[in-house]
Design a binder for this molecule. Structure first.
Ligand SMILES: [Zn+2]
Length: 394
């Protein structure tokens, strides 16, 4: 391996770019705001010579040095190049490195009014900075440092519009891209405090249970009523008991609403469940049990919607090898990066069953989805140097 000259990220320029992205509020529910963020990023990509593609559902794809691309989807297509016949020829080092990013945030419009962007000491606070606009900025500074010398197969950056709401519109694009790529790098932030890279994530599921009972006067004719709230209460106890913390399975009833007045036996109740699993088997077990649950009182009807929306990102050998490479690079650069398996899902959950996936390559900090969301400016350049080296050497 040739030793490449080291790259010193320009923190001032990264801060200016982050300011540009973070000032555009882009909640998952606002396609216009998300498109504005994407337009800025697309401008950076074009300036570096990328081919850019708008994918259905609002996602975009930027190709850097990808040899052959299918014009419609921007994905390398087997058999299009003439010389290579069939998909197997795209194996190994001919396949691109896929990088996953998202332009949406969990923050509604107006958040900047009470949570303005501000630097305090070595921290930059603001909505959507740590998760993940700083990850996007760091990625583009790392890409620019390669000076057009892309790794074998090139780099594909997929920018998704709806990661925070489960990637319903971009999942198919992410999985397609993963089938053509050799590895996936995800620039979601590293773990807070330890700045660990993520080598596994739980699968996530959500369910909405709707109960319909029979209303009645709570004082005069309680026996004629069938309580939807009582059924929901029993469902909470039964379904939360499906948790197996020893296997990484959690079940939590996070939202409940029901009833119409205190003196009426309630005929309606709605319950939302959050489910996390570490294995597909556990996902299937919990899913079957949630769907099979029925109220004890036959007069109450229950309906279940939802399911597992992200499969578990199980820590595979390829992923561990990628992590080992990243860690070795970090050590050469003078710092250490631990690894961690975390409970929250990301788009890496969609690529991990297909190709080796390393997540947490974004900006260090803390407070994702919380009022103290911030990026650690003292640690950020090191992680950008790590990403640049990894992109070059992976
Ligand atoms: Zn994120």
């Amino acid at each position: 391996m040739t030793l490449m000259p080291d790259f010193t990220p320009d923190l001032k320029a990264m801060l200016a770019d982050l300011d540009t992205l973070a000032r555009i509020e882009s909640p998952s529910t606002d396609p216009a705001g998300i498109a504005r963020v994407m337009d800025v990023v697309e401008g950076w990509a074009r300036a570096m010579g990328a081919e850019t593609h708008a994918l259905g559902g609002g996602a975009r794809l930027f190709n850097f040095g990808v040899r052959r691309a299918d014009a419609e989807h921007g994905l390398p297509a087997p058999g299009l190049g003439g010389q290579n016949q069939g998909e197997q020829d795209l194996g190994g080092q001919d396949r691109p490195v896929l990088v996953l990013t998202h332009a949406d945030t969990v923050w509604p419009h107006g958040t900047l009014d009470h949570m303005p962007l501000r630097v305090e000491g070595d921290r930059l606070y603001g909505p959507g900075t740590y998760d993940m606009k700083a990850g996007i900025v760091g990625l583009f500074h790392a890409l620019r440092s390669l000076n057009g010398e892309w790794p074998a197969g090139g780099v594909q950056v997929l920018l998704s519009p709806d990661e925070e709401t489960g990637s319903l519109s971009s999942r198919a694009h992410i999985e397609n891209a993963a089938r053509f790529a050799r590895v996936a790098l995800v620039v979601e932030p590293p773990v807070a405090d330890t700045h660990a890279l993520k080598t596994g994530r739980k699968g996530t599921g959500s369910y909405v249970l709707t109960f319909t009972g029979v209303a009645s006067h709570a004082g005069n004719k309680p026996g004629e009523g069938a309580s939807a709230v009582t059924a929901a209460a029993q469902a909470i106890l039964d379904l939360q008991a499906l948790a197996r913390p020893d296997l990484g399975t959690t079940v939590s009833a996070g939202l409940i609403a029901g009833g119409s007045a205190v003196n009426v036996i309630p005929s309606h109740c709605r319950l939302e469940l959050d489910v996390r699993v570490s294995s597909l088997e556990e996902g299937a077990r919990v899913d079957a049990a949630v769907h099979a649950w029925t109220p004890a009182d036959a007069r109450v009807q229950s309906r279940v919607e939802g399911g597992l929306n992200r499969p578990p990102f199980e820590q595979g050998e390829g992923t561990l090898a990628l992590y080992a490479q990243a860690r070795a690079i970090a050590r050469e650069l003078g710092f250490d990066v631990p690894s961690a398996v975390v409970g929250g899902g990301s788009d890496g959950n969609f690529t991990a069953p297909i190709i080796p996936t390393l997540d947490g390559l974004g900006a260090p900090g803390d407070g994702a989805h919380a009022a103290h969301e911030h990026v650690r400016l003292d640690r950020w350049p090191d992680h950008v140097r790590l990403l640049a080296r990894l992109l070059r050497e992976v």
